[in-house]
Ligand binder design. Structure first.
Ligand SMILES: [Zn+2]
Length: 276
C-alpha cells in the first residue's frame, strides 16, 4: 500500500444510496471516503522478473490539490516492499499500467528539479506496459473524465523507449506467467494482469472492482465511462473466479488486499481474504 486518498463517496458508489454505502466505507465530514492506493508486486525468481502493477498517486502534488483529495503517500513504500524481499528499485523489470488515472499511476514520474517542474520516470530500467487504446484515450480524454488524467504523470514515457503497447481486445501474453484481461467500462482499455498458474492465479481487478464493497454487481462508480459495461465485465470476472478459481486483488481497499470469492456470479461473497 503506497498511501491513500479520499474521493466523493457518492461518486464511488454510483446509484447506491448513501444510507447503504456509509455502512461499509470510512466517510469524512466532506462526504469523502478513504481509498488505499495499492500496487501489486509480483516476483518470479526463476526468470528474475519483478513486475509492479500501478505505482500509486506519487509525489507531484501541489498543497491545495493534496488537501482536496486528502493525499497520503509514502514515497518509500515500494522501496521498502522491494527491500523486504532483497530487491531494489533497479530490479523492477516491468511496470504494468492498469490505467492512467492519477490515483493509480501518478507514481510513474517525479519532479526532479522543483515542484511543478520537469519530470523523470521513477522506474527508468523497466519496460512499461499499457494498452494502446488507453494511451490514445489518455492523451485526448473526454470532457467528462479529463480531470483524472494528468499529463505530467506519463508524458515523458512517450519518448523513453520504455513504452510497450498491448494491443486488441484479447492481447497475447507479454511473457510467461502473465496474461491480460482488458475492460472498458470504467475507462477505455483498462489492463488487468492475471498472474500465476493453477489454483493460485491472481487477477488485479483495477477499478472495475476497486474495493471489497464493490463486489455487488450494481455497486459501480459514477466515474465510469460505461457503468452497464462495468456490470457485465464484473459478471465475466466472477464467472472466471468460479470456473478457474481466480483470486482477486483490489487497488483501493484500505483493509482487504484481495479475496477468494464464494456465492454466485449474481451475488458474490467473500470466502476468504488474502494476505496481500
Ligand atoms: Zn480509475
Amino acid at each position: 500500500m503506497t498511501g491513500a486518498i479520499r474521493l466523493d463517496g457518492g461518486a464511488m458508489f454510483g446509484v447506491v444510496p448513501k444510507v447503504l454505502w456509509e455502512k461499509v466505507a470510512d466517510v469524512d465530514g466532506a462526504n469523502r471516503i478513504l481509498l488505499a492506493t495499492r500496487t501489486l508486486l509480483a516476483v518470479d525468481r526463476s526468470t528474475r522478473r519483478v513486475v509492479l502493477v500501478d505505482t500509486g498517486c506519487g509525489t507531484k502534488w501541489a498543497p491545495d490539490q493534496a488537501e482536496r483529495f486528502a493525499v497520503q503517500y509514502d514515497p518509500d513504500a515500494i522501496l521498502k516492499a522491494l527491500a523486504a524481499i532483497g530487491l531494489a528499485v533497479e530490479d523492477v523489470t516491468d511496470v504494468v499500467i492498469s490505467h492512467l488515472h492519477f490515483d493509480h499511476n501518478g507514481g510513474l514520474t517525479y519532479w526532479y528539479d522543483e515542484p511543478g517542474g520537469p519530470t523523470r520516470l521513477s522506474y527508468p530500467q523497466a519496460r512499461h506496459w499499457v494498452h494502446r487504446g488507453h494511451w490514445e484515450h489518455a492523451k485526448q480524454p473526454h470532457l467528462r473524465d479529463r480531470a483524472s488524467f494528468l499529463d505530467q504523470d506519463f508524458a515523458v514515457l512517450a519518448d523513453s523507449g520504455l513504452l510497450h503497447f498491448v494491443e486488441g481486445e484479447s492481447p497475447d501474453p507479454p511473457f510467461e506467467g502473465v496474461e491480460w484481461l482488458v475492460s472498458s467500462g470504467h475507462t477505455p482499455f483498462q489492463l488487468h494482469p492475471i498472474f500465476g498458474a493453477g489454483p493460485t492465479r491472481l487477477l488485479f481487478t483495477g477499478d472495475i472492482v476497486p474495493t471489497v464493497a464493490h463486489l455487488p454487481l450494481a455497486w459501480v462508480m459514477a466515474y465510469d465511462s460505461h457503468p452497464l459495461a462495468t456490470v457485465a465485465e464484473k459478471q465475466a470476472v466472477f464467472r472466471r473466479c468460479f470456473k478457474e478459481g481466480l483470486l482477486l486483488a483490489f487497488p483501493h481497499d484500505s483493509k482487504v488486499g484481495g479475496v477468494a470469492i464464494d456465492g454466485t456470479v449474481e451475488r458474490p461473497i467473500v470466502a476468504r481474504t488474502l494476505p496481500l
